[in-house]
Write a protein that binds this ligand. Structure first.
Ligand code: NAD
Length: 468
């Protein structure tokens, strides 16, 4: 296990923020506690006929809102402490962005790269069966999603397994991050990275805050270094570069690379694909001494998007970035946070910044339980209304719109557009809410996000009381 106890790290940040709230001590202890902790061991037959015993976890941190929600991680690093910490972070994250779920998290302790697709499917289906048997999955009680090492493929297997077992008319809502053909939603795959971009953009668009950091307003022209070009990292980097920021460094599991003139994202992704997901040997950038060395290079924005405990007291004093955008969960230890903050950098915390995934998961779950795609009822109606308004404008102005103009001006909201709009609205509102709390209490953004979450969850408990 890592020398950093992740759940303890989360609770330290919680305790610091709790002192700025008026929530009763007993309620604070209840908010912090993990309500249900499940550790299972189950057998799976491998392709060669041998039997392996697999360790799986599911933690439901808080039931103040139902269902509970959180991804399933496939990694050899998975353990009970990590799953508890990630489940707790989900509770706080959902509260920060006003997504009405409690927090949960799951994990399967395997290296998915070392199993065949068939073996992964059997592991996933048996894990789902175990969750089902123990009431740890269902659209009304606990809804998993993808996380590190899992993707829409695994979510499709989970949905299908649940459906076979349950006979539930809302079965599609038992898991999110599914393929679109199986009840998924357009925009979920890129949602976390897109949310990371919206969050960093909102911070960069605040002229006053940028001045304090000695930076110009706006995202355009800013340099960034990213750790982990997986689902979250790739999409964050994509939207950052599309907005005019320059990717100058990348850290992956096998190496880290740097080029001050910029690294072409798509070119590097093609290289990664051919090289087992690694960046070592990529010849259009300089390979540094270690796979973390690039984190210490000069840049405006550093985006850890791989895993927890990457910025620790060992490297924190060498981090030069002015903005740290925590795309991963728990990338900065408590001590590192203090060191980086002392230097005057702005840390945009994980419990806000990577909430885009759960936000769009919430939209997917809503779509599943209402059994209708967003935009299906209103898109044509909106388009026809816009066309009528445009035709009036044509009549009174003596100006005819071209077909291209009409296509843009008379566009109604389809699923993708509505999801994107809901995501942007969520990330922008939440940023401004926590940034105001930051200024009001003279604290850092992480503490502000925790204050926001504790107040929201605490007032839920105050309102509903303690059963019986
Ligand atoms: P992923 O498996 O798609 O990508 C992880 C990336 O990190 C891969 O490219 C991998 O090679 C790389 N990596 C692994 N070990 C590394 C190391 N030691 N150094 C550098 N790079 C390394 O996972 P993901 O879904 O993108 O998740 C990344 C982080 O974001 C995790 O902390 C996860 O909990 C968090 N997160 C994910 C989502 C989501 O929707 N997927 C939502 C919220 C938070």
């Amino acid at each position: 296990m890592s020398e950093y106890k992740f759940f303890e790290q989360v609770n330290k940040a919680f305790d610091r923020a709790a002192s700025y709230t008026k929530i009763d001590k007993g309620i604070l202890s209840q908010i912090k506690a993990c309500n249900n902790v499940l550790h299972i061991q189950f057998p799976v037959e491998m392709d060669d006929g041998t039997i392996r015993v697999i360790d799986g976890y599911r933690v439901e941190h808080s039931h103040h809102k139902m269902p509970t929600k959180g991804g399933i991680r496939y990694s050899t690093m998975v353990n009970e402490d990590e799953t508890m910490a990630l489940a707790a972070l989900m509770t706080y994250k959902c509260a920060v962005v006003d997504v009405p779920f409690g927090g949960a998290k799951g994990g399967i302790k395997i290296d998915p790269k070392k199993f065949s697709v068939g073996e992964l499917e059997r592991i996933t289906r048996r894990y789902t069966f175990e969750l089902y048997n123990k009431s740890f999955i269902g659209p009304g009680n606990d809804v998993p999603a993808p996380d590190m090492g899992s993707s829409e493929r695994e979510m499709g297997w989970i949905f299908d397994t649940y459906r076979q077992l349950s006979n539930d008319i809302n079965a599609e809502g038992c898991v999110t991050g599914k393929p679109v053909g199986q009840g998924g939603i357009r925009g979920r795959t890129e949602a976390t990275g897109r949310g990371v971009y919206f969050g960093i953009k909102e911070a960069c668009d605040n002229a006053e805050d940028m001045k304090e950091l000695g930076l110009e307003k706006g995202i355009e022209g800013k340099s960034f270094i990213i750790q982990g070009l997986g689902n979250v990292g790739y999409h964050a980097a994509k939207y950052m570069t599309e907005a005019g920021a320059k990717m100058i460094g990348v850290a992956e599991y096998d190496a880290s690379i740097y080029n001050k003139d910029g690294i072409n994202l798509e070119d590097l992704m093609s290289y990664k694909k051919e090289n087992n997901g690694g960046v070592s040997g990529y010849d259009k950038a300089k390979e540094l001494d270690s796979n973390t060395a690039v984190l210490e290079m000069e840049c405006d924005i550093l985006i850890p998007a791989a895993m927890e405990n990457q910025l620790t007291e060992k490297n924190a004093s060498k981090i030069k970035a002015k903005i740290i955008g925590e795309a991963a969960n728990g990338p900065t230890t408590d001590k590192a946070h203090e060191i980086i903050k002392e230097r005057g950098a702005l840390i945009i915390p994980d419990n806000y910044l990577n909430a885009g995934g759960v936000t769009v998961s919430y939209f997917e779950w809503l779509k599943n339980i209402q059994h209708v795609r967003f935009g299906r009822m209103g898109k044509r109606f909106e388009e026809n209304s816009y066309k009528k308004i445009l035709s009036v404008i044509e009549t009174i102005s003596d100006r005819k719109f071209t077909d291209d103009e009409l296509a843009v001006l008379a566009q109604g909201g389809g699923e993708r557009e509505l999801v994107d709009s809901g995501l942007e609205e969520t990330m922008v509102n939440a940023y401004n809410e926590i940034n105001e709390l930051r200024k009001h209490h003279n604290v850092d953004l992480r503490t502000a996000a925790f204050i926001s979450a504790i107040n929201k969850v605490g007032s839920m408990y105050r309102g509903m009381g303690i059963f019986p």
